[in-house]
Design a protein around this ligand. Structure first.
Ligand SMILES: Cc1cc2nc3c(=O)[nH]c(=O)nc-3n(C[C@H](O)[C@H](O)[C@H](O)COP(=O)(O)OP(=O)(O)OC[C@H]3O[C@@H](n4cnc5c(N)ncnc54)[C@H](O)[C@@H]3O)c2cc1C
Length: 440
């Protein structure tokens, strides 16, 4: 596979907290050839949700994962099951898709959370759930004024009542810090992403899906009206194929993907459990999942066992030196925001790849000129809910049945290509620099 980053970006995370919390499911490697109705490439939330929705309706489905179960972003994210999925501004969405298109997109964001909620409830998974919606903290007075001004739009877009929290009321809510107020939207919740992934994997297998690991697809070739997916130790032929490789995609499997996605690193740290006294000393006792109003945002939450998770964008390079530097920066940002925890041990650190698209909206639909092949990707760092929902849409598309949930115009347009080809990571330098200035 031809991929954009240095090799280290495609290695398993060294110290990911989630790996300590749950045994991964056992998936054998493909050995020999097999035929299936639908082959899913990628065993993260998108691929597994598609597999579960297909197998649950009696379709023969095979998941091919290049590495281990949950190797990609699905096994190493922040666990915010939240709104989002697009990076395009509200204005840009309105310009491109009109009022109805914006409303459809917003309904999809809400439906995506409901998709995860429904799956968890139906299967009874214990995913260490917490948080009543999401809390957005203003990092400057100007950002607070913007949040105040956005209340009518939030109400209109999401059909819920947002709660404005004034700066003076933050301490009483256990949300102390360098913040100028906040808005809480009563949509979404936090979860342990590995436990959720494990639930999806177990349910998909129980419904009859074949899940295979260490089975990287090296080529997708047409063969007598079907697709032949070649791996090192055998091939799978399928009538339909679902591409669910997101930030771990390659330029050549299939060649259509070349230049159409931009993986971006995000990094996370987790502390040891904080004592009650430590939480009080910092003034952060809330279990709300939260993020700040910067374009290059920080996301953070106190988990049910008292550990604190803190994340932000990663580096542009993935060399050992660059990764060490970004981890130092992550620690510095964490300590600047939560100074009372400077001495608290950070037990886990890792990074992973999220995926941007040229139009800054996700794609879900048929791959042009590859009949029977569908792709779902590009959630711009918000794919817990949107990836799961996209998987459900892909299942309907691959099964040839009407799509059940919302499937907005914003997701249907096949992506174009980023400029600069294999050098397109360079676009991130000016983008990060500009965002850094705007965030002051
Ligand atoms: C550090 C970090 C924090 C994040 N935090 C959040 C968060 O809090 N909330 C949120 O909503 N989102 C978050 N995200 C984003 C979210 O995790 C992703 O959007 C989501 O997991 C994407 O799921 P996926 O199944 O599409 O892709 P992935 O989970 O990335 O899975 C793709 C899989 O495809 C496999 N693959 C690639 N090529 C091949 C091939 N040729 N053959 C076989 N397999 C292949 C890869 O090995 C990989 O396992 C975060 C991401 C990161 C990295």
């Amino acid at each position: 596979m031809k991929r954009l980053y240095e090799a280290a970006a495609y290695e398993p995370p060294h110290a990911c907290w989630w790996s300590d919390t749950v045994e991964p499911p056992h998936w054998p490697a493909l050995a020999g050839d097999l035929a299936t109705d639908v082959a899913v490439i990628g065993g993260g939330f998108t691929g597994l949700s598609a597999a579960l929705h297909l197998a649950g309706s009696g379709v023969d489905v095979t998941v091919l994962e290049a590495e281990t179960p949950g190797f990609g972003a699905s096994g190493r994210n922040g666990g915010f099951c939240c709104l989002g999925g697009a990076k395009a501004s509200r204005k840009a969405l309105l310009r491109s898709y009109g009022t109805a298109g914006l409303a459809e997109w917003r309904a999809t964001e809400v439906a995506a959370i409901a998709t995860v909620d429904r799956l968890i409830a139906r299967h009874g998974w214990d995913v260490d759930r917490h948080s009543h919606g999401e809390t957005l903290l203003a990092h400057t007075p100007r950002a607070m004024a913007a949040l105040r001004g956005s209340m009518p739009e939030l109400r209109q877009d999401y059909g819920v009542e947002p709660e404005l929290i004034e700066q003076g009321d933050l301490p009483a809510r256990g949300l102390s810090g360098p913040f100028h107020g906040a808005v809480r939207l009563p949509l979404g919740f936090a979860l342990n992403p590995r436990k959720y992934h494990s639930g999806l994997a177990t349910a998909a297998a129980a419904a009859g899906a074949r899940c295979l690991a260490q089975s990287a697809v090296r080529a997708i070739l047409p063969e007598a009206g079907r697709w032949r997916l070649e791996t090192a130790r055998g091939a799978v032929t399928a009538r339909r194929v679902i591409l669910a490789t997101n930030g771990y995609s390659s330029e050549d499997v299939p060649a259509w993907l070349r230049g159409r996605y931009l993986p971006v690193q995000s990094c996370v740290l987790v502390t040891r459990p904080l004592t009650e006294a430590e939480q009080i000393a910092q003034g952060w006792t809330s279990d709300q999942m939260a993020y700040d109003s910067r374009t290059l945002l920080h996301y953070f939450r106190k988990m049910p066992d008292g550990r604190f998770l803190f994340g932000m964008r990663g580096g542009i390079r993935a060399t050992p030196g660059a990764e060490a530097a970004i981890q130092r920066r992550l620690t510095a940002h964490f300590h600047a925001m939560f100074p009372a925890w400077k001495e608290v041990e950070i037990t886990h650190r890792w990074q992973g790849l999220v995926c941007l698209m040229p139009d800054l909206v996700p794609f879900c639909g048929p791959v042009p000129d590859m009949p029977g092949v569908f792709a779902g990707m590009g959630y711009h760092g918000n794919g817990v809910a949107m990836g799961s929902h996209t998987g459900a849409i892909l299942a309907d598309l691959a099964a040839g049945r009407p799509v059940e949930g919302p499937y907005p115009a914003a997701m249907r347009k096949a992506p174009g290509r980023f400029p600069l080809g294999m050098m397109r990571r360079a676009l991130l330098w000016p983008a990060y620099a500009a965002a850094g200035i705007l965030d002051l």
